[in-house]
Unconditional design. Structure first.
Length: 461
């Protein structure tokens, strides 16, 4: 639906913002120096007068339950999680948000099963708290840490999922809080037949009464596409490496076939689709190398695709339905990046927006992203709210930057979708623009590493 709303069809209001302070100097791989900028302490709001609705996205809390002292480059503490929930509630109220998405990873890294269960319970109940007063739906999907087993193991490891650790009734109804099977509900599960594997589809009602539109969300479990998910630690020690890879590939292929069928059903129903996931495809910008396993091939029900790389099949299927898909969102990296998803003929077809983390352990500031949707339910705005470097990482008065601040070099006209904005950023400017806000306002001095390569996701192994 790249032109569903006739190029966005939205007239942006003029905005006022204060001066920017130079926080770092970056040199892009294209040989051009770019400045890393930070907004001042006074957040501004940007009116998008043709917006249809909006949602709030957050990811990667990594709570270490019972900890009180905040520090930078650390797991999330109880005070930071409370403050983040308060800020999320304020954004929901101020913007009449239609729904909330949590993109995975609840517990602190390296926790044993006992403490991890406490982390799960407190994050699940905290997410329910975020929407308790507004009543808006909240959708959850799993990250690589959201398993009772070792990191990257199965969501239903030994028959137990994170849902078993919600400590109070606030957690009832997962994976959708404030959802219902009633026809009048503003959020309901379309297909929950694979819920034990961590993926499902949901239908959301977006917009005000009398002008509602239906949106389909495909909540994916992309942890199964990672190379690390086939480790022998994941209760498969009796298998050979080849057997483990085949077992993981078959399970991952079931989800790919399901995505194909869900996109076809959405097209028939004329429902725009958002794809949501934790682990994105493509290059790991920090460490290099493919995030999704290069050795994992497709073994699904389409015989002609068997033996092809899972990422290649994924890209082929979603780019073929770019008229149906309005947005793609992921967590996992903890940073504020983007990825251009390309077809196997190398055409830019979908824009993936990365949701930065609540946890600061990757050098980022704690962040929440508010996405504004246009007439065709395509994202037309993305405002990132972040805490700042002071005791307890306060969110008030807080700071915020818009997508246009992040990518000021686009030649796209006012009212463009986020896809169109990125499509019109000169290639030599794109990397620098992304790096300027990669750490969501933090003064970290990012090295280029592999972030330039990570921008484009292709079918090439």
């Amino acid at each position: 639906m790249k032109n569903f709303a006739c190029g966005g069809g939205v007239a942006h209001m003029n905005k006022f913002f204060g001066g920017f302070a130079l926080s770092a100097l970056l040199v892009s791989t294209f040989g051009q120096a770019v400045s890393a900028q930070q907004p001042n302490d006074q957040p501004y709001t940007e009116a998008r007068d043709s917006s249809t609705g909006s949602f709030l996205a957050l990811s990667d809390v990594h709570l270490k339950a019972g900890t009180e002292y905040d520090c930078f480059n650390c797991e999330t503490t109880e005070p930071l999680w409370r403050a983040a929930r308060k800020k999320a509630g304020d954004i929901i109220t101020a913007n009449s948000v239609d729904f909330v998405m949590y993109l995975g990873d609840m517990p602190a890294h390296g926790q044993s099963t006992g403490p991890r269960g406490k982390d799960f319970g407190e994050v699940l109940d905290g997410l329910a708290d975020i929407v308790s007063s507004s009543g808006v739906p909240l959708l959850y999907l799993p990250g690589n840490n959201d398993t009772i087993g070792p990191n990257y193991c199965g969501f239903d490891w030994k028959g137990t999922t994170v849902f078993d650790f919600a400590k109070t009734s606030k957690g009832d109804g997962w994976p959708i809080i404030n959802g219902s099977s009633a026809p009048s509900s503003r959020a309901s599960i379309i297909d929950g037949s694979h819920l034990d594997k961590g993926f499902y589809s949901a239908r959301l009602t977006v917009g005000q009464v009398g002008a509602e539109q239906q949106l389909r969300v495909l909540a994916l479990n992309t942890v199964v596409y990672t190379r690390r998910s086939d480790t022998s630690r994941c209760d498969q020690s009796s298998m050979t490496l080849e057997q483990r890879e085949l077992s993981i590939s078959r399970g991952a292929s079931v989800q790919l076939d399901w995505v194909r069928d869900q996109l076809a059903a959405a097209e028939t129903a004329n429902e725009p689709v958002i794809l949501a996931m934790h682990v994105p495809p493509g290059i790991d910008g920090f460490g290099g190398g493919n995030i999704w396993g290069r050795d994992l091939d497709y073994h699904g029900d389409k015989h002609s695709d068997r033996g092809r790389w899972l990422q290649e099949v994924f890209l082929e299927r979603i780019t073929a339905k770019s008229d149906v898909i309005v947005g793609v969102f992921s967590g996992h990296t903890h940073l504020n990046g983007i990825r251009r998803l390309r077809s196997c003929s190398n055409n830019f077809k979908e824009l993936l927006i990365s949701i930065p983390a609540i946890s600061t352990d990757h050098g980022n500031f704690p962040s929440l992203k508010h996405i504004t949707l246009g007439a065709g339910l395509e994202p037309i705005g993305a405002d990132t709210y972040h805490a700042y470097d002071a005791p307890d990482f306060p969110w008030s008065p807080g700071k915020m930057f818009s997508f246009e601040d992040n990518y000021p070099n686009s030649t796209a006209p006012a009212g463009s979708t986020l896809f169109e904005i990125i499509d019109q950023v000169p290639e030599r400017k794109l990397f620098g623009d992304m790096m300027s806000y990669l750490y969501a306002g933090a003064k970290s001095s990012p090295k280029s590493r592999s972030y330039a390569k990570a921008i484009d996701v292709t079918c090439d192994r």
